[in-house]
Design a protein. Sequence first.
Length: 242
Amino acid sequence: MIRLSVIVPAFNEARFLGRTLAQLQAALASQADRLTDVELIVCDNNSTDQTAEVARQGGATVVFEPHNQIGRARNRGAQDATGDWLLFVDADTHVPAETFGDMLDHIETDRYVAGGCAVRLDGGLWYGRLIGWLAVQLFRWMKMAGGSFVFCRADAFRAIGGFDLEIYAGEEVFLSRALKRWGRPRGLRFAFLTRHAVVTSARKLDRAGIAGFLRILLRAIFRPYSTIRSREHLGFFYDPKR
C-alpha cells in the first residue's frame, strides 16, 4: 500500500483548477485499493483570483507561497506533504485513471526513484501540437519528466533539496537529473510512462503565438542560463491572465 501526496501549484488558476481537482479525485478513487493514505495539496502561488477558494471547494488542503515561482510553489506544497511518494501535477492538466495505475505499477516494484509521463496538448494550434510532440520525444529519449506530471520518492526529493529556486522554467529537467544521480548508486531507475498520456492545456502557446514563443526559444538557446533564471524573460509562463 502506498502513501501518496499530490501537489498542485496554482497561480491564477480558478478557471481550470476545479476540473483538474475533480479529475484527480476520480482517478485517486479508482486506485483506492492500492493507496493507504492520500492527500491533495494546492499551493496558491500568490493568486489574485479565486484559486484558493476553488481549491478548498475541490477538497484540497491549501498552502500559500507569496513568491511567484513555480518551483518554489511546488516546494512549498511538498513541505507539508506526509506521503512516501510525491506527485506534482499542473493545475490545467487532466490525469486519466489509467495513468495513475501505470504510475502505481512502477512504484510498487520498488525499482524506481522517480518518473514522468507523456503529455498531450488539449487542442491548440498546429505548431503547439508539433512542439508538444517533439518535447515528448525528447523527454522520452532523455528519461526526463515534463512539469505537467512528475512523481518521485519523498526521501529522494528532500535529500536533493527539491526544485532549484534559481530557475523559473525547466526546473523539472534539473530535478530529474538530480533524482537520477541520487537513485543510481541505490540501484533505482527513472521511469517515463507512455501508455496513457496526461492532457494539458495549450493556452500558453496559443496566447504567446508562434512569434512570441520563438522569441523565448531563441533567447533560451543563445542565453539559456540568464533566460531560465529570470521571470521577466518568461512571460510565457508567468502572465497573470490565464
